[in-house]
Design a protein around this ligand. Structure first.
Ligand SMILES: [Zn+2]
Length: 159
């Protein structure tokens, strides 16, 4: 197993549950759909691709909170049914080895660096970004659509 110096931070279970409740209540900005093609809807909670036939909730998520120049709200998916939050936080999620860009932010939520990595590269790129003392966290996003996928933090912070 690849030992890494960072921690994978999947979407909080509270956020996933709130999205499922809002979708069930018919919130206009929470849309439920059935996935029809593989690798089209990554669940940010279990960190795997929803499989064709599975139902997902699409909703807006503020990966970078309001009140900053780089504030950002964007669409993300979670499984409509409860799923197990990704727990292998010391291991890079295999489902997202390709097609991710890694954006480094400082503690004021300014984006200070960004790099695309594929295949065997993500671990090294993430570690490099986190070696910069200015980096507070790194967000993995889709290269093509830009959507937030998961966060990476230094291992010893916010246990
Ligand atoms: Zn899931």
């Amino acid at each position: 197993m690849n030992r890494v110096n960072f921690r994978v931070v999947p979407l909080a279970t509270d956020v996933a549950q709130a999205a499922r409740r809002a979708a069930a209540a018919g919130a206009a900005d929470h849309v439920v759909s059935t996935v029809d093609s593989p690798e089209s809807a990554p669940c940010r909670h279990c960190l795997r691709w929803a499989e064709p036939g599975e139902r997902v909730v699409l909703f807006p998520f503020a990966s970078i909170p309001a009140g900053h120049p780089y504030s950002e709200i964007g669409p993300i998916f979670v499984h409509e049914e409860e799923c197990e939050r990704y727990s292998a936080t010391g291991v890079y999620p295999e489902a997202f080895r390709n097609g991710r860009v890694f954006r480094a932010y400082n503690s004021r939520y300014d984006m200070i660096d960004a790099e695309v990595a594929n295949g065997s590269e993500p671990e090294a790129v993430i570690e490099k970004l986190l070696r910069n003392p200015e980096t507070a966290f790194v967000d993995a996003r889709s290269v093509t659509r830009g959507c937030f996928t998961f966060r990476l933090e230094r291992k010893n912070e916010n246990p």
